[in-house]
Each structure stands twice: as C-alpha cells, then as structure tokens.
Design a protein around this ligand. Sequence first.
Ligand code: HEC
Length: 135
Amino acid sequence: MKKNLFLIGIALSTFASATPLENYLQSLKKEVKAENPTFKDFNVERGKDIFFSKHIGKKGKEVSCVSCHTANLRDTGENLFTGKTIKPLSPAVNPKRLSDLKKMKKWLRRNFKDVYKREGTPLEKGDVLMFIKSQ
Ligand code: HEC
C-alpha cells in the first residue's frame, strides 16, 4: 500500500512537471496511435525532412520552412513574404520557443499552409516539433 502511494506520488509529480511541449506531443501521439496502433514515436530525421523539403507554396513560389527560419535554427530568420526578422526557432538559444501551446498550434497551422498548402498531420507536427527541439 505504501509503495502504491509512493508510485502514485511519482506519477502525479511527473504529470505536474510536464511542459506544454511534452503535453502537446503526448496528445499528438494519441491522435497518431488512434489511426495507427503500431506507431511508436516521433522521429527527428523525418522532422528534418519536413523542415528542409521544398514545395510550391501558397504563393506559387518554391518554399520550405528554411525559407523563413534559415537552415541553422539558431540564427535569426527573415519572413520571405514580408521581410520582417524572425527570432531564432531553436529553444536552445531562444527559451521562449515551444513553450506556449497556443503559439505552437497557431504557427504550425499557418506555416504548414504556407509551405504545404494544407495543415500538417499529427504525425508531421510531432516529427517537426521533435526536430526543432533537437536544434
Ligand atoms: C513565410 C515565412 C515562414 C515559413 C515558410 C515558415 N514559418 Fe514558422 N514562423 C514564421 C513566423 C512569422 C512565425 C511567428 C513569429 C515568431 O514567433 O517569431 C513563425 C513561428 C513558428 C513556430 C512557433 C514557435 C514558437 O513556439 O514560438 C513554429 C513551431 C514554426 N514557425 C514552425 C515552422 C515550420 C515547421 C515550418 C515549415 C512547415 C515553418 N515554420 C515555415 C514564419 C514562417
């Protein structure tokens, strides 16, 4: 009994300390698993492909995530369409990144549409978040 309470305590404390990113990844994972029960985990390499691959984007121009965020995520980017500077996407140099659920959702929705002309799937979003986090 004591041991059980102890384990529940650990479970609760890990739950409480989960970051918005961890919670978001967990919920994306549930969505992927609902479609594909054998799914194991998100993958940085697949995320890298999503980030670097070029597509004819919404304005008929060839774009990738790199077009605005640069190939080095620790660098300052520049919005391809407006010329505005974009702070580095890497959480290692910009700790505000991937810390706010609303911001992650909003910009992933918009940015996937900019590049892929559609929303990202839960699998794509999870993979690309893992890649950004690793940078
Ligand atoms: C047309 C330019 C542009 C392209 C292309 C683009 N982004 Fe962005 N992205 C932005 C801007 C602008 C912001 C919001 C401003 C900011 O947060 O500095 C942003 C913010 C984000 C954020 C929010 C991060 C946070 O927590 O603050 C993520 C995640 C992101 N982009 C991922 C991507 C991914 C993945 C792709 C490719 C599918 C992509 N972006 C392509 C311009 C772009």
